[in-house]
Design a protein around this ligand. Structure first.
Ligand code: MN
Length: 267
């Protein structure tokens, strides 16, 4: 059954993640999303809607807009469609940590038969998100377990030397990991210590420290004057596109997206 693996890994009395049900893909746009997931290891979960679920790959380094860069993408269990809008704190259990909705939009296959492409291990597609756009490919590698794929940007007007992971903010709340934690778990945030002890508590504590470290790192960087090293590497055209990208979509409005995490709407 679809989603069996997804459900087997989770205790839905303890996680805020959706239980979900497969939903047929009707005559509408296919969803895609990328969730930045601060768990035991920071990674980006890349998800494409197909066959009523979200096909999912965990990308440790996140997507790259540079066509010469191949990013490892580990194929993981299908997720329910509802997961595509999920953002929040998973306090314990599988995937414990913080999930940030890093990008979302629609995707279209650049092949006639998605199932055949998946079976072959070569899926070409177009993304239309806030941060990721244009043509991409997922290629399965010859690894023994068949779970290793590579996510590669095709050369087009959306490719470029900009490090897109520098755009760290959520497309849902406008916040970062620390903001999401503060909004979801003010108790944990104010004491800066998990309410519960034991292994889960220690993990969450480590994650809080990481969220703070990432925030400090970014704040420090943003406070500095423009670094020539970073702007010089980026072509003006690509840089303009990368910054212009979020404004090209109609909804949600920039004001809503930048609303403080504490005031954000929950789905
Ligand atoms: Mn994950």
């Amino acid at each position: 059954m679809p989603l069996d693996k997804y459900r087997a890994k989770r205790d839905f009395t303890k996680t805020p993640e959706p239980k979900g049900a497969p939903r047929p893909t009707k005559a509408r746009q296919r969803l895609f999303c990328v969730q930045k997931h601060l768990a035991s290891h920071l990674h980006y979960d890349f998800r494409l809607e197909h066959g009523g679920v979200l096909l999912s790959w965990a990308v440790p380094k996140g997507p790259s807009l540079d066509p010469t860069v191949r990013r490892l993408a580990m194929h993981v269990e299908d997720h329910p469609l509802e997961y595509g809008t999920f953002e929040g704190v998973i306090p314990e259990g599988y995937g414990a940590g913080i999930v940030l909705l890093w990008d979302e939009g629609s995707w279209e296959p650049e092949v006639d038969d998605v199932d055949a492409a998946l079976k072959k291990g070569d899926l070409k597609f177009r993304l239309n998100g806030y941060k990721l756009k244009g043509s991409w490919v997922l290629v399965r590698t010859r690894g023994a377990d068949g779970r290793s794929w590579l996510l590669i940007k095709h050369r087009d007007e959306w490719a470029g030397p900009v490090d897109v992971t520098e755009f760290a903010q959520s497309v849902k709340s406008g916040g970062d990991f620390a903001d999401i934690l503060a909004g979801d778990r003010p108790d944990v945030w104010t004491s800066n210590r998990p309410a519960r002890g034991g292994e889960a508590g220690a993990l969450l504590e480590r994650i809080i420290e990481q969220a703070l470290a990432l925030k400090t790192e970014r704040t420090t960087r943003n406070e500095e004057p423009k670094r020539p090293a970073r702007t010089a590497k980026a072509t003006p055209r690509a840089a303009a596109k990368a910054t212009a990208t979020p404004r090209k979509k109609t909804a949600p409005s920039p004001s809503k997206r930048r609303a403080p995490a504490t005031k954000r709407q929950r789905d």
